[in-house]
Design a protein around this ligand. Sequence first.
Ligand SMILES: [Zn+2]
Length: 167
Amino acid sequence: MGYLKDERPQTIGVEGTWILSAYHYKGSRLLEEYVKGLKRKKLIGSFCPGCAKVIVPPRNLCGRCHRIMDERKTVSDKGTITCFVVSPPIFKGKLKVIGMDPVEAGLIKDGEVVIPIFVKFDGSDSNADTILLNADPKTVHIGMRVKAVWAKKPQGALSDLEGVEPI
Ligand SMILES: [Zn+2]
């Protein structure tokens, strides 16, 4: 049996609307701790008493040794890129993310390139996903040193960490 991608060379699209306001998310204690840290421009991770790993954002259980991770550590807001993707230029009307055009929504400029990355912040043992800002896509590489870009007025939200930029 071959790969599905060989049988279906084109991406399948499904038209529809996802009404996000219809969903309610129960507040997570870990998420609350994390965003409280972000409001103070601090990156908080969970510390494993078994294997001493620090995971950012924090988790309840260690994925390696399955111990409860109820201690916290603050890690550096500087780190290293461990994985990245450079998008093609994104134009108005050409892409929908959860039913929304990111250009029309004002999230990105018309024709902008987006660089989603994984970053390992200094002092942590995990990869955090965010985006690379203020960088030339041609210079991005694994091992690139970056620092956090904080919102001008942090409000205790995940968006307080806007992304990272080259050091
Ligand atoms: Zn562990």
